[in-house]
Design a protein around this ligand. Sequence first.
Ligand code: ADP
Ligand code: MG
Length: 325
Amino acid sequence: MASNEFDLIARYFARQPVHRRDVALAIGDDCALLEVPVGSQLAVSTDSLVCGNHFLQTMDPALVAKKALAANLSDLAAMGATPAWVSLALTMPSADEEWLARFCDGFFEIAEYYQVQLIGGDTTKGPLSLTLTVQGLVPQGQALTRHGASVGDLIYVTGNLGDSAAGLAVLLEQAPEIPAELATHMLNRHYQPQPRVLAGQALRGIASAALDVSDGLIADLGHILDRSGVGAVIEPDLLPVSPELLVFCQDNLDQALKLALTSGEEYELCFTVPAHHRGALDVALSHSGVKATCIGQIRAGDSIVLERNGQPLDWQLHGYDHFSG
Ligand code: ADP
Ligand code: MG
């Protein structure tokens, strides 16, 4: 690597706001050295983002960084893990310092908020892309997985669903005619997801299965059902949608509910809870500042049934085109 690239690393990545006591050796050597507490398991997750594919060339680098890190932290949240460390492999066509400075502003803002320390990485020349590996800690045997859902368990989601798809529609200029203020709100919801880190930790010992909504509720819940060997009934009328989404959909409630069922990159948690843990759930989540809404129940079977007033609802959501009417 050219010496000016060492300078870049020193200037942009080695200086950072987070200094954890469990990092014995940080950026600068061949490896980082990390202390894993006795009785903890390490939760590890990697995601790659390629320019032109996962984000547009024109996207603010600070937002690229924030969204990339938030999406990774969401994977830790979905396992009930506490974020600890992150490494960053960055490929860029040239040493674009303006881009790097903006990128680091966004990256370290999120890193500081969640107290996750950048412990190493790699910097290479090539088409713009980034790969993040986050590592978190979870008490031995207490991680939330996708395979523990049982018949009768209640199905919940955190926060609201659908806003991210609305923001994406604004971004792609496919949104209906709406006030500029609402368009900006939805764009922010798309660009700046809130990983449910505290909620994930609070769900340890309470949820039977969990994951984060990255591909859309229906698709992601399907993963829990597959891994757990069960089916589910969902009542769309119970789905939490924001007042802004209803305005965005021009008060077409069913369109808002369809968005909530299919919107990806929400980074809310979807999880299942045995009925006898309901009270414990309310107590646990009250400390995390995040609402959770019961939207259905696990049943025997292998598919998702949508119901309204006890009757099946035959919404065709496969390949659902969000704004074609
Ligand atoms: P090596 O040749 O041993 O792979 P490098 O020259 O690639 O080492 O990197 C030097 C140091 O800088 C290492 O500690 C590495 O982890 C760190 N580093 C390189 N690129 C990044 C980056 N984008 N973010 C954080 N740390 C980085
Ligand atoms: Mg290297």
